[in-house]
Structure formats: structure tokens, C-alpha cells
Design a protein around this ligand. Structure first.
Ligand code: ADP
Ligand code: ZN
Ligand code: MG
Length: 512
């Protein structure tokens, strides 16, 4: 049966009467070189089971030792998220029997997580009257918007450290399951929020802020698509304005911001429909099917007691002293929002540019260094926001991995400013710079890319172009300004772009 207009209107009205309550559990892979409890490499890929040893394959008698870098990153993230750092922390065994974990338990933290009771301030653009949708997408930057924003505080319940599991591949043809333990023992932190979010928009804003913090700290790259950030969404609905929270479900397998938004919408509607028809939501774990755009029940919700947690006897407790904490605190970098504030005060460029540049620590560093070397701020910003972002996107690269140095970018900018090369040529040179970080001055010299500043050549070519484009020349003389643009184009073409369009224009005008 086809749902009529009346039906969908009623459904819409029902959704309006309820609000969603959302809490997140976010797993983030840490950027350490080695695993959390052994010296095996965390490198992605590699032959299956190449990065394993007796510890991460759970051999009897093998003993885990905590990687100190994992602790450092966890504490740094906790401090940035305004958490209290637990001075006496411990690991616990979470027991479960499944072949992705060879030990039959995961080493995690239940009773004494390393960080507790923090918060992250998120920024929300003020909602448009029509209920503007968030258009965030992984690794893309926001389109130009007015930054009319409001802040909201999302409380962090805790952050704990744990190990990742191995990967199972179900081989349908062979009728068997293959196990790869390369990922077993890769360090994770799990960030658990309070149920403080009410919409997909707030969830995305929270995740973007969390990612910004973690990337600035160099603690992880937080890529949803690649699984280095994994988000579980806990969601319940309740009549709008009610104080009691409803029964929640937990959704897993969310591989993109877009998927998260769709999953929240879908689950919110599903629960609302159940409540509206007088039913009760069942507390369960559901799996999101991104392709079909629906979720399926996966299993009933397990309780902590199902895992028979107990303190990990093979690891000593983690005791954190004041000096340790001070050291981490002192090493915290200037955070994105602090940088943004400072840039606003120090550099005469639009706030929009500053937002985009400070979204990446590497870009911010390049920006400031190039300005110190004498480049005009807006010119640097233009190269970063234009060609740099374009090439990063085209090549699927991360802004934190930009290879070119501020020195060479400053040299390139100077070449353009001094009219040694044209902007057209500069773009070509930049494409090489982006890949190889070579010295642009030498490069331009070697490849003879200097503007035909050589007035003699420019004049000769301009004369030729006028001679062979009689009609356009006459049109221009007759008052048609547009004809000049065509002639400029012809000269540029003849000079293979190696000329400054402004100079070309002047030369043509003079001859005409
Ligand atoms: P458990 O111990 O059963 O895993 P937690 O209290 O640790 O439950 O909560 C797990 C996540 O679920 C947290 O992110 C929390 O904010 C969220 N959450 C808890 N109750 C609700 C609810 N009624 N609605 C939505 N989210 C909830
Ligand atoms: Zn190992
Ligand atoms: Mg929990």
C-alpha cells in the first residue's frame, strides 16, 4: 500500500512530538609505532599475521608490558577534553570467547579508567528556520557559510585505554573463516560521552571537534572510512521536554559522517513509531546497513557482568605523579580554537580563511612560517585554501601530511609577487612543489619558466597576434572591450602561459 500524504504528515507530526537523546562511544586508534602491550608494528596492511608475537597472539605465559606512548596520548587527549586524570589506574580483563581475540579476553579498563568527567565544547551553526541539514562529509571542508554559531558543552563520562582485536574474513567458498592478528593489540582509546546530544548535527559537531583535538595532538588520524575512528551511537527517544530517558539502542558499523546522520534519523523514526503505536523499545545492539539505509538487530544488549570483568593480573597499576602530568601539560600544543583566536588578532585575513587553515595543524604552521619569511598573509592563505586543498582532495591525502615547506612556498609567492613568473606558471610550479618540495627559484631557472618579461619577445608575439586576428583588433578599436580578452588569451597561448596577463594586456593596448 502506498502511504498517502495524510499518513506521512501524521508521521512527521509524531516525530516532532519526540526528541532524541544520544550518547556516543568512540574508539580511536592511536598513532603509536608499536602495539599497546608488545613491540609488534602497528603498520596497516602487511602479510596476514606478519605483525604478531607471543603476546599479541595470546600464547600462554607471554607477558604484556604497557607502551608508554599509549599512556601519554591518552592523558594528553584527556587533558584537552578537560578530564580529571586518574592517578591510580588499572587494566581489566573483559572476557569473551570469539576467535578475533586469541587470548579469549580483551585487556581494557572498566573500574579505573585513565580519564574521567571531562567535556568538549562544540560549536553549532545556529539552525536555519527550515532546519538546515548538516552537510559535513569526511575530510572535506565546510563550504563558505556565515559563522553564526552557538556553543554547547558535551560531557565526557570517561576515556579508557584498550587493545584492538584481530580481523576475521569469512571465506564463503572455502567454507571457513580466516584470522589475521595484525590488528590485535593495536592501541585504542575509547571515549564515552554522557547522553548530551539531541541531533545528528550535534553528533557530527562533536565528532569533528574530537577529531580536531586528537589530530592536533598527533595522537591519531581519526579516519572513519578506514576504521581508525569507530563510532557507536546510543540513542533513545522521549516525549519532547520529558526528563526521564527512554530505553536506548546502540548502533554499530557507522562508516561515515553521512552514514551516522542517516542512521540517527532512521533509528529516531523507528523508535518514535514504536512508542506512538503503544509498543516498547527493546534495548539491543543494532547494525547499520549503509547500503540499504536501515539497521538490523544484532544482539540483545550485554551487561558488564556478562563479561566477567576482573583486574588484569599481568600488568602493574598505572600510577601518575604530578611531575608526569606537568610534563604532558607543558607539551600540549596550542589547540585549534586557541590558534584561531590568535590568528584573528594577528593576521589581516578573513575569518573564513582562518577557520580553514587552523583546522589543520600542519597548514597553520606553514601559514605562520611563510608569513614570517615575508609572504603577504592573504597570498599564503590563497595558496593553502586553493591549490593545496584541491590537490590534497584530488590525491586523497591528509592535510597533516603536506610535504612542501613554508620556505619554498614563500619563494614561489615571491616569484609571483616580483612578476618573475605568471600566475599560470606558478600553478604548474606549485603542483611540482606539492609533490617534491623543490626550490622553486632553481626550478624556474632550470625549466626556463620566467615570464617573457623579456619585453621584446612579448611585443613581437603581441604584434603577430594582432596581425593574424584582424577582426578582433578592429572590434576592440570599435569599442568592444571583450575582444581584448580574446587577444590576451591568444598571446598567452603563444607564450605557453609563461607571461603575466596584466603585462600582456598593457602591451596589447599600447599596440592597438
Ligand atoms: P553501559 O554501561 O550499559 O554500557 P553506559 O552507561 O556506559 O551504559 O552508557 C553507554 C553509552 O550510552 C553512553 O555514551 C551513554 O551516554 C549512552 N546512554 C546511556 N543511557 C542512554 C539513554 N537512555 N539514551 C541514550 N543514550 C544513553
Ligand atoms: Zn606482538
Ligand atoms: Mg559502556
Amino acid at each position: 500500500m502506498c502511504e498517502g500524504n495524510e499518513g506521512s504528515k501524521a508521521a512527521e507530526k509524531a516525530v516532532e512530538g519526540y526528541e532524541a537523546v544520544i550518547g556516543l562511544e568512540v574508539h580511536v586508534e592511536l598513532a603509536t609505532r608499536t602495539k599497546i602491550f608488545c613491540g609488534c608494528s602497528t603498520a596497516f596492511g602487511g602479510r596476514p599475521n606478519a605483525h604478531t608475537c607471543p603476546v599479541c597472539t595470546g600464547m600462554p605465559g607471554a607477558l604484556p608490558v604497557l607502551n608508554r606512548k599509549v599512556l601519554e596520548y591518552a592523558v594528553a587527549v584527556g587533558l584537552a577534553a578537560n578530564c580529571t586524570i586518574t592517578r591510580f589506574s588499572r587494566f581489566d580483563r573483559k572476557n569473551y570467547f570469539y576467535p578475533d581475540n586469541p587470548q579469549s579476553y580483551q585487556i581494557s579498563q572498566l573500574y579505573l579508567p585513565i580519564c574521567r568527567d571531562g567535556y568538549i565544547e562544540i560549536e553549532l551553526e545556529r539552525e536555519l528556520p527550515s532546519g538546515g541539514e548538516s552537510d559535513s562529509a569526511e575530510e572535506t571542508f565546510p563550504a563558505e557559510k556565515s559563522w553564526n554559531s552557538a556553543q554547547k558543552r558535551i560531557r565526557i563520562h570517561e576515556i579508557h585505554m584498550e587493545e584492538d582485536a584481530g580481523k576475521l574474513t569469512h571465506d564463503e567458498q572455502g567454507g571457513c573463516t580466516l584470522v589475521d592478528y595484525n590488528r590485535a593489540g593495536v592501541p585504542l582509546i575509547e571515549i564515552v560521552t554522557q547522553p548530551d546530544m539531541g541531533s545528528a548535527r550535534e553528533v557530527v559537531a562533536f565528532l569533528e571537534k574530537l577529531r580536531l583535538i586528537i589530530r592536533y595532538l598527533g595522537a591519531g588520524d581519526c579516519r572513519l572510512q578506514e576504521g581508525s575512528m569507530r563510532v557507536d551511537v546510543n540513542l533513545s527517544v522521549r516525549p519532547r521536554g520529558a526528563r526521564e530517558m527512554g530505553t536506548r539502542t546502540e548502533m554499530k558499523n557507522l562508516g561515515s559522517f553521512h552514514g551516522i546522520e542517516m542512521a540517527i534519523e532512521s533509528e529516531r523514526n523507528r523508535q518514535t513509531a514504536i512508542l506512538e503505536s503503544g509498543g516498547a523499545v527493546i534495548q539491543e545492539t543494532r547494525r547499520w546497513d549503509e547500503e540499504k539505509g536501515i539497521s538490523h538487530p544484532m544482539r540483545s544488549k550485554e551487561e558488564a557482568r556478562d563479561y566477567r570483568y576482573f583486574p588484569e593480573p599481568d600488568l602493574v597499576p598505572v600510577v601518575i605523579g604530578e611531575d608526569y602530568l606537568e610534563r604532558i601539560r607543558a607539551a600540549q600544543p596550542e589547540m585549534a580554537w586557541e590558534k584561531r583566536q590568535r590568528f584573528l588578532e594577528e593576521y589581516p585575513i578573513p575569518e573564513y580563511d582562518i577557520r580553514i587553515i587552523t583546522a589543520s595543524r600542519r597548514m597553520s604552521d606553514i601559514f605562520e612560517a611563510a608569513v614570517v619569511l615575508g609572504s603577504p598573509p592573504k597570498k599564503v592563505s590563497n595558496w593553502l585554501m586553493g591549490e593545496t586543498l584541491r590537490l590534497l582532495k584530488e590525491k586523497g591525502q591528509d592535510s597533516e601530511e603536506i610535504r612542501f615547506s613554508p620556505e619554498n612556498l614563500a619563494k614561489l609567492i615571491a616569484l609571483v609577487e616580483n612578476r618573475v613568473i605568471s600566475t599560470t606558471v606558478a600553478k604548474e610550479v606549485f603542483a611540482v612543489l606539492f609533490e617534491e618540495d623543490m626550490d622553486p627559484v632553481e626550478y624556474v631557472e632550470k625549466n626556463e619558466l620566467k615570464t617573457a618579461g623579456n619585453q621584446v619577445i612579448l611585443r613581437r608575439v603581441a604584434e603577430e597576434v594582432i596581425a593574424s586576428n584582424h577582426k578582433s583588433a578592429e572590434d576592440y578599436r570599435g569599442g568592444k572591450d571583450r575582444a581584448l580578452g580574446y587577444l590576451v588569451g591568444q598571446v598567452m597561448k603563444a607564450l605557453k602561459g609563461k607571461a603575466d596577463p596584466v603585462q600582456v594586456k598593457e602591451q596589447l593596448k599600447e599596440l592597438l
